[in-house]
Design a protein around this ligand. Structure first.
Ligand SMILES: [Zn+2]
Length: 145
């Protein structure tokens, strides 16, 4: 399987679930209000690109947070964000397995996936700890309706 074929299969998976994929944007993101995933237009198609896209697919199909009904506080907001981020990485890998990408792209794919997962997730935890309550609230709104 080529990288392009892997990309096509991920996009097809997303679109079959009503999620649009816009590859002409500035960054990787999931826009809840539009049921859209955006990808940066000037990025090279490589394993890292596929991993980032899968993470956003994870966001697009993940269930609602367990914590969203709790009274909003710095603690419950942190719990919500960390849950959603970890879960999006977890689900993205499940999607990759469902699409048989680990077999098709071999060991390098899994290595790239889990190293990106650990790197971005831990970096995010460190950054969140520096956020003000306002910044956290703004962040929180990306995960709930
Ligand atoms: Zn994320």
């Amino acid at each position: 399987m080529t990288l392009q074929e892997a990309l096509d299969s991920i996009i097809e998976y997303a679109e079959s679930r009503g999620i649009a994929v816009n590859r002409n944007s500035n960054s990787f993101a999931h826009v809840r209000s539009d049921s859209t995933i955006t990808c940066p237009k000037n990025s090279k198609l490589n394993l890292s690109y596929l991993v980032s896209l899968l993470h956003e697919v994870g966001h697009a199909i993940q269930p609602d947070s367990h914590f969203q009904s709790l009274r909003k506080s710095k603690t419950t907001t942190l719990a919500l964000i960390l849950e959603q981020e970890y879960q999006a990485w977890y689900i993205g890998l499940e999607v990759a397995k469902e699409l048989h990408l680990p077999e098709a792209l071999r060991e390098e794919f899994i290595t790239e996936y889990i190293s990106q997962w650990s790197r971005y997730w831990v970096r995010y935890i460190r950054e969140l700890n520096k956020y003000t309550a306002n910044e956290l609230n703004h962040q929180r709104s990306a995960y709930i309706d």
